[in-house]
Ligand binder design. Structure first.
Ligand code: PEP
Ligand code: MN
Length: 626
């Protein structure tokens, strides 16, 4: 059991608890977890739980049936996010760690770091102390290698991960790296576990070659018991009788881990499979199965690698994999963020320029709405989300510097464009600085205990009614009531307490308000996506490549006017991904054209094309590149 103590417990009250345990011969230890003081005890010292709960100074008693206590979800129901500099492992954004098996030379490491950073890795890996099966194999560069890793962090802004093989290396890894890795062969090296527990740095704990999930979690327990709860679990394949793969990747560990513990879990498909062609399929499957991230070996010259060349991806293969993951992640409510590190840097700069004041982003509606989710997935917890009541209010808030950013839905794959926002983009002198796509799953949400047959009226956003048209047609007698956003719809029915009222919204909103999902996934087609753009007053800085731009233009009213403009894109090999027209207010039957194109129109290389465009249009506005 876990005895959670009141924050203001007196020393005398604590002594009473400890002496009861001592006299009852219970095994116990004091631990502190996320700021709360806890006594973990096995055996109940001859008393039942309610006895301990009644002792002064005890906040609550949590019975934990499993052998692991601190890592268990019973103690800590919410997911733990392990913060590594600007990167949060276990949040909405997938964390990909990439780099060579071993640090071999400065040139090799810097070249690989440049590539993996460009393709979207957010943490860098490289072994300086290599635990090799043979004593005659390359054993690693030691401190020289750690210095090179520290340089990667300085030059490319990627925090670094390296393996520690003995407590004697503790001072060195403390000095140079951000995450210490405990390798598969050391998973049950208990002295090493205690030592990394005391270091206080985030720990990446690999699963042992033949360890059960419980043994693996018990090893994590050692680290948490030393007061360090920043543990990232890493499945890297286990030994089976199968020789075609180096190990057997246990992807089923992901849902098991998610259920048993609050700690994040990542997958290492490189050591799991042992050969390059198996890495990407397993990586894709891992993300689809709910992993928080991946650790992938990448080498620019794998044939010459000192270790694990055969399983190392070429940088371009890694880039291709990242593009695939970018598509897969939203299907399971996550994101791959190619701007992760640059965005964090920009937001920090802005905060610094504002005298350390936190940055804010406006979104429409209440917490729990899809706009709120888009905001959280785009920024992580780097900005404070600010709810607003209307899209105009959102643009005003950014313009008047009440906040720095705004998250604006532009288009849904079932219901089409959000026209109001197209007009506001034209009207306001703000820039598009990023975009994010969410998969939208709608649910019929009602009071716990209510049945679909009880329902008479439905609250939601008008766009949502369009996205669920087929479902609603089957219930033609229901009244549809429009509100600003999905979360507000759920809050509204909760407050009114009428079983005949239901809302359509995401699962987050149902959980937030303690309501029940009466019917799941009622959108007309499961391929339902909404694209949001993020607006700001100035472009994001950073060395990430900008792949897309948005512009608005109008042409004269003569034959071939639009053709003349489109010809410029064709002749310059610029791919257009969207073309939409909107009426110009006050000029009946005249239109503005909104174009998204695959190019960075603000790059110097595009200035020639831009000049040609200016010559061919009546009006041109560059909304931004991102
Ligand atoms: C490694 O990641 O470099 C490594 C040696 O992995 P494992 O401990 O999983 O074999
Ligand atoms: Mn390796």
């Amino acid at each position: 059991m876990l005895i959670v103590l009141d924050p203001d417990i007196t020393p005398q009250q604590k002594n009473v608890i400890l002496s009861v345990l001592r006299e009852g011969n219970a095994m116990f230890r004091e631990i502190s977890d996320a700021g709360q003081s806890v006594i973990g005890a096995t055996g109940t010292a001859g008393h039942d739980l309610s006895f301990f709960e009644s002792l002064p100074g005890v906040a609550r008693v949590v019975p934990v049936e499993t052998a692991f206590k601190l890592v268990s979800r019973q103690l800590h129901p919410a997911d733990t996010r392990v913060q590594v500099a600007d990167v949060s492992v276990g949040g909405e954004r997938i964390v990909v760690i990439a780099g060579p098996c071993a640090v071999e030379s400065r040139d090799q490491v810097m070249a690989i770091a440049k590539e993996v950073r460009r393709y979207g890795a957010v943490l860098f890996r490289g072994g300086a102390f290599k635990p090799r099966t043979s004593p005659y194999s390359f054993q690693g560069m030691g401190e020289e290698g750690l210095k090179i890793l520290a340089e990667v962090k300085q030059v490319y802004g990627m925090p670094v991960v390296t393996e520690i093989t003995t407590p004697a290396q503790a001072d060195l890894v403390m000095k140079y790296v951000d995450v210490v890795q405990v390798g598969a062969r050391n998973m049950q090296n208990f002295e090493l576990l205690k030592s990394v527990g005391r270091l206080g740095k985030p720990v990446l704990l690999k699963r042992g070659l033949s360890a059960t999930i419980e043994e693996w979690l018990m090893s994590a327990e050692y680290i948490l018991a030393e007061g360090n709860e920043n543990v990232i679990l890493c499945e890297r394949g286990i030994r089976t009788f199968e020789p075609y793969t180096r190990n057997t990747l246990d992807l089923s560990a992901i849902p098991v881990i998610k259920k048993l513990t609050h700690l994040p879990v990542i997958i290492d498909p490189s050591h799991a499979t042992g050969s390059r062609e198996k890495v990407s399929p397993m990586a894709r499957a891992a993300i689809a199965a709910g992993a928080d991230g991946l650790m992938i070996e990448v080498h620019n010259n794998p044939d010459q690698a000192t270790s694990d060349g055969a399983q190392s991806l070429y940088p371009e293969q890694f880039g291709q994999l990242m593009r695939d993951l970018y598509v897969i992640a939203p299907l399971v409510d996550k994101q791959v963020d190619f701007g992760y590190l640059d965005k964090a840097k920009t937001v920090k700069h802005m905060a610094k320029a504002a005298g350390g004041k936190g940055r804010r982003a406006a979104f429409l509606g209440d917490v729990g709405s899809f706009s709120h989710k888009a905001c959280a997935q785009f920024f992580g917890d780097q900005v404070e989300p600010l709810p607003v009541d209307s899209f105009r209010g959102l643009f005003e808030a950014v313009k008047s510097e009440v906040c720095d950013f705004g998250v604006v839905p532009l288009e849904n794959s079932l219901a089409g464009s959000v026209h109001e926002n197209y007009d506001l983009l034209l009207e306001y002198d703000l820039r598009i600085v990023g975009e994010i796509t969410l998969r939208i799953k709608h649910n019929l949400i009602g009071h716990p205990g209510a049945r679909v047959d009880d329902v008479r009226s439905i609250y939601s956003h008008p766009q949502v009614f369009q996205q669920c048209r087929q479902f609603l047609e089957r219930h033609g007698d229901w009244d549809l009531v429009s509100v600003t956003d999905t979360a507000r719809a759920v809050r509204h029915i909760k407050e009114r307490g009428d079983f005949a009222e239901a809302a359509i919204a995401g699962k987050d909103a149902a959980e937030l308000f303690g309501m029940a999902v009466l019917e799941e996934s009622i959108e007309t087609n499961p391929r339902n996506f909404t694209r949001f753009v993020v607006i700001g007053r100035e472009s994001m800085v950073g060395n990430g490549q900008k792949q897309k731009s948005s512009i608005i233009f109008s042409t004269g009213n003569q034959p071939g006017a639009l053709f003349q403009v489109l010809k410029i894109f064709a002749e310059n090999h610029v791919n257009l991904v969207k073309l939409e027209s909107r009426p110009i207010h006050g000029k009946p039957w005249e239109y503005m054209f909104y174009v998204d194109l695959e190019a960075d129109v603000e790059a110097p290389a595009f200035s020639g094309v831009l000049a040609q465009l200016e010559g061919a249009v009546e009006y041109l506005k560059v909304l931004g590149s991102y």
